[in-house]
Design a protein around this ligand. Structure first.
Ligand code: HEM
Ligand SMILES: *[C@@H]1O[C@H](CO)[C@@H](O)[C@H](O)[C@H]1NC(C)=O
Ligand SMILES: *[C@@H]1O[C@H](CO)[C@@H](O)[C@H](O)[C@H]1NC(C)=O
Ligand SMILES: *[C@@H]1O[C@H](CO)[C@@H](O)[C@H](O)[C@H]1NC(C)=O
Ligand SMILES: *[C@@H]1O[C@H](CO)[C@@H](O)[C@H](O)[C@H]1NC(C)=O
Length: 318
């Protein structure tokens, strides 16, 4: 009994310590003296990017997600392929799909002017995701800062770690659990699909083969996305308002109008139904949980201290 208690103490102590450690490493005011203009510079760059092309807000949010799910939020997704380096941009989930890299380049150039060599690309991506959501009408959250940039990338890990749209609910839960994210995080962060577009290739099987889809909704997509061809033609993930961050995504799911198979899986009768209903009827609850989920997503396995580097050009290792 005594040794059992000792073990419990040791365990609780170790957990408390490692949590304190993680908090010490990243903090919202990491750059407050080294780069006081960082937040307004990133925000202005995001707003300019979205004004030039409305979709960019969605693209930046997705870039951050695809960065964090592949060995942590370390800007690995931003590294270009070269003749002797294979990065993540051509991995299956990103090739012909991930965009927004030029906007990150523009923002990084402005940040370098204000404070050369100080701010990581990984932190810029985390801030740009938040600023995009806010500008499109969604919730805000404090972004912890102090991440450093990787000197490597992994196309294989990008293929394997980023969830595919044909996954079922069980596989989606496992995929998020592998990143330390809960079932609630899975449901609420899927709400990121309240903005942005998807290619025919990613929803074809859902509109032709699945039964959990509204018949008139699937039919309305047939001309845009025929049984073969037009792989790259785009449809909104939230059919009513793909440029506005709201809770219509969840309302669509209840009406069997989710665009991706993986979206509609969230209401297949399991425990996630309740959460979808809650977010469909309560925008405040969705926004609060989304902000909380984003902080968890943004804090996946950062490089800190002397790990990695501060890239000067986000596309290549210094
Ligand atoms: C739950 C598992 C998820 C799956 C299976 C998934 C899958 C997809 C797919 C297939 C697309 C369209 C890609 C294409 O056309 O090539 C997409 C787009 C998008 N995803 Fe997800 N996603 C998931 C979770 C998330 C999360 C957690 C976020 C952010 C919080 C997110 C944000 C986005 C955004 C904003 C877009 C639109 C991007 C644009 O228009 O450029 N997704 N997702
Ligand atoms: C990426 O897409 C391009 C254009 O469709 C294609 O030529 C290339 O083979 C793809 N890369 C990979 C690794 O699949
Ligand atoms: C990853 O996916 C691409 C297709 O985009 C494929 O060409 C490649 O062989 C896959 N695996 C690895 C390890 O890169
Ligand atoms: C979900 O998908 C996995 C992998 O494809 C499969 O093994 C499993 O049987 C599926 N689960 C359900 C409940 O359909
Ligand atoms: C629909 O399912 C059938 C049988 O599994 C398969 O052969 C076909 O390729 C699927 N169609 C689409 C568009 O995914």
């Amino acid at each position: 009994m005594a040794s059992y208690h000792f073990l419990l103490f040791a365990l609780v102590g170790a957990i408390a310590l490692s949590e304190a450690d993680a908090e010490k490493k990243l903090s919202p005011d990491f750059y407050s003296s080294s780069c006081p203009k960082l937040l307004p510079v990133v925000k202005q760059g995001v707003i300019k990017g979205i004004k030039d092309e409305t979709r960019i807000g969605a693209s930046l949010l997705r870039l951050h997600f695809h960065d964090c799910f592949v060995n942590g939020c370390d800007a690995s997704i931003l590294l270009d392929d070269t003749s002797n380096f294979i990065g993540e941009k051509t991995a299956a989930p990103n090739n012909n799909s991930a965009t927004g890299f030029n906007v990150i380049d523009d923002i990084k150039a402005e940040v370098e002017k204000a404070c050369p060599g100080v701010v990581s690309c990984a932190d810029i991506l985390a801030l740009a995701a938040r600023d995009s959501v806010v500008y499109l009408g969604g919730p805000s959250w404090k972004v912890d800062l102090g991440r450093r940039d990787s000197i490597t990338a992994s196309r294989a890990d990008a293929n394997n770690s980023i969830p595919a749209p044909f996954l079922n609910l069980t596989a989606l839960k496992t995929n998020f659990a592998n990143q330390g994210l809960s079932v609630k995080d899975l449901v609420v962060l899927s709400g990121g699909h309240t903005i942005g577009l998807a290619r025919c290739l990613t929803f074809r099987a859902h509109i032709y083969n699945d039964s959990d889809i509204d018949a008139s909704f699937s039919k309305s997509l047939h001309s845009k996305c025929p049984i073969s061809g037009n792989d790259d033609s785009l449809a909104p993930l939230d059919l009513q308002s793909p440029t506005h961050f709201d809770n219509l995504y969840f309302k669509n799911l209840l009406a069997k109008k989710g665009l991706l198979h993986s979206d509609q899986e969230l209401v297949n009768g399991g425990s996630t139904n309740k959460l979808v209903k809650k977010y469909a009827t309560n925008t405040a609850a969705f926004f609060k949980a989304f902000a909380k989920g984003m902080v968890k997503l943004s804090n996946i396995k950062p490089l800190t201290g002397n790990e990695g580097q501060i890239r000067i050009n986000c596309r290549k290792v210094n």
